[in-house]
Design a protein around this ligand. Structure first.
Ligand SMILES: [Zn+2]
Length: 330
């Protein structure tokens, strides 16, 4: 969900915090309360912090780790798509203290509903760094997987019901996904008793991503590369982009047996879906996933949208799911 303008400038990725110190801690908690209220008001069943506690889905986690120098920057190509100035891995990476555990405890205190917490996936993490220490993408990803597992275990102990790893890089580096990407993902969730999810999308609705999508042709078959391996993996839920995308819906058949988060809201447009639009996407998905395993969701995060649009889309998601619930129980 987008942040309120007093916390960070909305409709912008990597938007800097407007507060500092104690005020920032209070501000993030206030924004989390607001976001939670909006989710509950919209009728969302599984709620989150609305990403009010992080500046960016990858960088905020990495900022809390040792071994990465944010002052030493190099320009690299992110997901083979756009150049960005990124921090450098200068030594062994480690987590000296929890990153989001206090935030998760706070969220847990605020609601009785099941809560989900998102962390970046190991492959997506290494893709936003310049590595001068390990000089091996696989080795660095493995180290991050171990760190993520430490964090995930503490999030679980804090009462998180679903831990999600965001791996948009799975739609780009197919050989690596098969060689070690899924293994690193499983290392990150090893030993967890709560549910686990992997979110594989085509990115936020920013220009670099929408331009890239234009080059992908009439059918987006990227999921075909990762789904067979994920179907056999230990991850419980797979989150994918559907509505307004060119992903052939029958690819969901490749993960038969898994729970599926079906993206029924397009995050790359300000046009708010109608409940019937959402229901249509869910009906198509139901041909390939059993109803009790279907989790209607957005295609990706709505952080870069306006608050009004994001609220409207959240309500549409909930109302569309309700249409399907009524049809199924009739
Ligand atoms: Zn996403």
């Amino acid at each position: 969900m987008p942040k309120p303008s007093w916390l960070a400038q909305p409709e912008k990725l990597w938007s800097p915090w407007k507060l500092q110190g104690e005020e920032l801690i209070d501000g993030k908690q206030d924004a989390l309360r607001l976001s939670l209220h909006e989710q509950e008001r919209a009728g969302i069943d599984i709620v989150s912090d609305g990403e009010q506690t992080r500046q960016h889905f990858v960088t905020t986690f990495i900022e809390h780790l040792e071994g990465v120098d944010f002052e030493k920057r190099e320009t690299v190509r992110i997901r083979d798509r756009y150049d960005a100035s990124v921090p450098t891995v200068v030594g062994a990476v480690s987590r000296q203290k929890p990153v989001f555990v206090e935030d998760a405890k706070f969220l847990r205190q605020q609601t009785q509903k099941p809560i989900k917490w998102a962390l970046p996936g190991p492959m997506t993490m290494i893709d936003t760094l310049y590595d001068r220490h390990y000089k091996s993408r696989e080795k660095l990803a493995w180290e991050f997987a171990k760190i993520l597992n430490q964090e995930a275990r503490e999030l679980e102990a804090a009462g998180v019901d679903i831990i999600q790893l965001d791996e948009p890089a799975f739609n780009v580096f197919f050989d690596e996904v098969n060689d070690w990407g899924v293994a690193a993902l499983e290392r990150a969730i090893e030993g967890l008793k709560c549910e686990t999810a992997v979110h594989i999308c085509y990115g936020y609705g920013i220009k670099a991503n929408t331009d890239w999508k234009e080059t992908l042709g009439s059918e987006w078959r990227q999921y075909e590369e990762s789904f067979p391996k994920l179907q056999k993996s230990s991850v419980d839920i797979i989150s994918l982009e559907c509505h307004n995308s060119r992903v052939p819906i029958d690819l969901i058949e490749l993960i038969r047996g898994k729970k599926v988060m079906v993206g029924a809201i397009d995050v790359a447009t300000d046009i708010i879906e109608t409940p019937e639009d959402v229901a249509n996407t869910l009906r198509k998905a139901l041909r390939f996933v059993d109803a009790d395993k279907l989790y209607p969701s957005t295609n990706c995060g709505m952080a870069p949208l306006s608050r009004r649009v994001a609220r409207g889309k959240l309500s549409a998601l909930s109302a569309g799911a309700e249409i399907i619930r009524r049809e199924l129980s009739a």
